[in-house]
Write a protein that binds this ligand. Structure first.
Ligand SMILES: CC(C)(COP(=O)(O)OP(=O)(O)OC[C@H]1O[C@@H](n2cnc3c(N)ncnc32)[C@H](O)[C@@H]1OP(=O)(O)O)[C@@H](O)C(=O)NCCC(=O)NCCSC(=O)C[C@H](O)C(=O)O
Ligand SMILES: [Mg+2]
Length: 285
């Protein structure tokens, strides 16, 4: 499947040190996994986590899920060894935390070669440099690091995430301009389904492809929120039919449910149907 077309509704972090969670992930209906060597792994476990993760990926069993390895930053003692280790792992993507500029990406690529890179977007400098980071030749995806971002910006938690809107918007603009995947930050209260759903819906409406997760209990709500609903699929089909009929009659504008449908709306309708089909294919596969 074309990496741009496949779903990224649910992207689950798993601490690279936790064998039980590494095993559990093989049974979870997530679209992608971030195998974490950074913040989810304690200082004492850093070296072991690298080996545990390498063995888990070599053993396989993750199916169609995209395998993303988050390394430690190059300003830590583990970063360079992590990057070298990823080259020997069965990973689809390497994820660099706290990316501030394209120089960070060049330093990583000097070790990981052609492996696609995703960037954690979670620092003020990263926000200001989002367009050039997005345009890096190996850049394939943005992950919002909303915890680090809130810390750096000294914002307070608000359910509407108003203090983060400028940053989220900047990264969305940069990612969309370059055709990247972009997934939203985590929702820390992993037992609060209602709050998670509200934040997923906000992220989906803003244009995120999906959301990063910290616990299996968050998967179902997220997959549902980022998939086209039955009503959206039905409307998309009716818009396409109506527009084709209008076009055949020599007109450029159809009307469905009292709203105009032009060729740009039809393009969106086709994207909705393609996304629904890609989700079905993933679930069947
Ligand atoms: C939050 C947790 C510490 C809770 O762990 P635990 O107490 O073990 O939860 P449960 O007992 O409810 O677990 C039930 C079963 O599910 C498995 N499990 C738990 N979490 C995961 C997971 N993330 N992936 C896969 N499987 C998981 C348990 O092993 C149990 O399995 P079983 O016993 O076989 O039934 C824990 O969930 C956790 O550590 N989560 C990940 C935290 C994390 O990754 N943090 C770093 C990423 S967030 C971040 O850094 C964002 C960004 O950088 C930013 O700045 O915002
Ligand atoms: Mg972070």
């Amino acid at each position: 499947m074309d990496p741009r077309q496949r779903p990224y509704r649910s992207v689950l972090y798993i601490p690279g040190s936790k064998e039980r969670a590494l095993e559990k992930a093989k049974t979870l209906p997530v679209d992608a996994i971030i195998f974490d060597l950074e913040d989810a792994v304690s200082v004492d476990e850093k070296e072991n986590a690298r080996e545990t993760l390498k063995a888990a990926l070599a053993a396989g069993g993750y199916g169609d899920r995209i395998k993303i390895v988050r390394i430690n930053g190059f300003d830590t003692q583990w970063g360079k060894d992590d990057a070298a280790a990823v080259c020997d792992m069965d990973a689809d993507v390497v994820l660099l935390p706290k990316v501030g500029s394209t120089g960070d990406l060049d330093a990583l690529a000097a070790i990981t070669g052609d492996l696609p890179i995703w960037a954690m977007m979670e620092t003020p400098r990263g926000m200001l440099n989002a367009p050039s980071i997005a345009a890096h030749p190996l850049m394939a995806g943005f992950v919002m690091g909303t915890n680090d971002l809130a810390k750096e910006l000294q914002t307070r938690f608000r359910a509407d995430r108003l203090p983060l809107q400028a940053s989220l918007g900047l990264c969305l603009l940069a990612a969309k301009a370059e055709g990247l995947i972009i997934v939203d930050g985590v929702y820390n209260a992993f037992k609060d389904d209602e709050g998670l759903r509200a934040e997923c819906e906000q992220g989906r409406d803003m244009g995120f492809d999906g959301k990063t997760l910290i616990h299996p209990a968050q998967v179902a709500v997220t997959n549902d929120a980022f998939a086209p609903s039955d009503a959206e699929i039905d409307l998309a089909r009716r818009q396409i039919v109506a527009f084709e009929e209008t076009e055949a009659a020599g007109q450029g504008v159809a009307v469905v449910d009292g709203k105009i449908v032009e060729n740009l709306h039809v393009a969106t309708a086709r994207e909705i149907l393609a996304k629904a089909e890609a989700i079905s294919a993933l679930q069947a596969g």
